[in-house]
Design a protein around this ligand. Structure first.
Ligand code: GLU
Length: 284
């Protein structure tokens, strides 16, 4: 079989900090899934947000995954090198009138929803041409948002309306899941400062790298709804999804970089071996 015909699984970390046990669990889950399927294993560096990503963290990813005993295809795709590809996908959506410029700031959106309630999924539309031209002339920053209304009428009913979950969502969702892109509203696909946003880059890359099984944490389960919609809009195949549980700390909260979860580098320096960590995480 040619490599393109094989199933493929990816691990797609963002180099915004050193990896911790939660990442090790995710990487090992993807790796063991790939081995069980006889699939290619792909490492992708999701470094589109240059304000948060650092080369040292990228180097840390290679070091930590090698220490864990993983190997991956080379060259590794780094999203920061691929701006032209995402731009082309965005241009296509612009030409078809499926996206619009949104000048609202995150603060505007928070103020618009209930004071202590969740931020409502935003739905909007393009400004009147004169106002838009005016704001552009003033150099105001904007984001490109997907118009859910337009996307839904462009697509009509289709296979994008459901996906196959072979793992489970945060509420135990499994099997055929009906997509609910309205949960995410008109998502941002590109920003002025960061040329492309997560949903667009991930959808384009999963397809062009031939990813057949998306293995990732349950925190991204809801992202699947809009990603299936984007696949259909861009005429890309839909992979199978396997969301996995998230590791939690002693406080019951999921391990996170921002809460200072112990890094794999820390574990290593206090003598933890990869074999011991794999065992602790339930592998082997
Ligand atoms: N880069 C994302 C993260 O580190 C993962 C994206 C994905 O698996 O779809 O959370």
């Amino acid at each position: 079989m040619s490599p393109a015909a094989l199933p493929a699984v990816r691990f797609a970390p963002s180099p915004t900090g050193r990896l911790h046990k939660g990442h090790a669990f995710s990487a090992l889950t993807a790796w063991t899934t790939a081995k069980a399927l006889g699939a290619r294993f792909i490492l992708r560096i999701e470094d589109i947000d240059h304000t948060r990503c650092r080369p040292a963290f990228e180097a840390g990813i290679y070091e930590d995954l090698t220490w864990l005993g993983l190997t991956w295809e080379t060259p590794v795709l780094r999203q920061s090198d691929e701006g032209a590809v995402y731009r082309a996908a965005l241009e296509g959506l612009i030409e078809r009138g499926l996206v619009y410029r949104c000048f609202r700031t995150r603060r505007d959106l928070t103020m618009a929803s209930a004071p202590h309630g969740p931020v409502e999924a935003f739905r909007g539309q393009a400004l009147a041409p004169a106002e838009e031209a005016d704001r552009l002339a003033r150099g105001e920053p904007f984001a490109w948002r997907l118009s859910l209304d337009r996307a839904l009428s462009a697509l009509g009913p289709g296979t994008w309306q459901a996906f196959l979950e072979e793992g489970s969502g945060p509420e135990g969702q499994a099997g055929r899941i009906v997509t609910r892109p309205e949960l995410g509203g008109d998502v941002v696909l590109a920003r002025k400062d960061v040329g492309v946003a997560y949903h667009l880059a991930v959808t384009v890359d999963d397809a062009r790298q031939g990813v057949t099984h998306v293995v990732r944490g349950q925190d991204l389960f809801e992202a699947t709804h809009v990603q299936c919609l984007l696949q259909a809009l861009l005429d890309l195949p839909q992979p199978v999804y396997r969301h996995h549980r998230l590791l939690t700390g002693p406080d019951g909260k999921r391990l996170a970089k921002r809460d200072g979860a112990e890094t794999l580098e820390d574990l290593r320096s206090r003598g933890v071996t990869p074999a011991a960590l794999r065992r602790e995480l339930g592998f082997d």
